[in-house]
Design a protein around this ligand. Structure first.
Ligand SMILES: [Fe+2]
Ligand SMILES: [Fe+2]
Length: 130
């Protein structure tokens, strides 16, 4: 099921909210690719590369923002980002070494969806009060 951005994810920073919405859109596109039996691997590559780059840039931007505003969640935000980046690179490495498998795509999609929803509504939203 696709993830939809709603006010529960709002941080009151329009750039960050727009970045989260963009990450949701690409996570949903990845989901539709992951449901196909024989997806176009060029599309898999470009989605992976987009997600990876965009997420890294987003993390950098958001971490700087929290530091600047002395947000109490800054340290937690950064350490959860580090753990997620490690997961993402391990998953991409698995894809590189083992090739495309539907189970890999489904696992990665589920992790993206679960992690994003959980992290944004628990940690990123703390920017609202900073
Ligand atoms: Fe974050
Ligand atoms: Fe975020």
């Amino acid at each position: 099921m696709a993830i939809e951005w709603d006010k529960g994810f709002a941080t009151k920073d329009s750039h960050i909210d727009e970045q989260h919405q963009q990450i949701f859109r690409f996570t949903n596109r990845f989901e539709s690719v992951a449901q196909q039996e024989d997806p176009d691997l060029h599309e898999v590559e470009s989605l992976l590369s987009f997600l990876n780059t965009y997420i890294q840039n987003h993390f950098r931007y958001e971490e700087a923002c929290m530091l600047k505003r002395k947000c109490p969640a800054a340290q937690k935000n950064r350490s959860e980002h580090i753990a997620f980046k490690a997961y993402l690179s391990r998953s991409i490495e698995t894809y590189r070494t083992e090739g495309y498998r539907k189970s890999w795509a489904k696992d990665l999609h589920k992790k993206l969806e679960d992690w994003l929803c959980n992290h944004i509504c628990r940690v990123d939203v703390q920017l609202r009060d900073c």
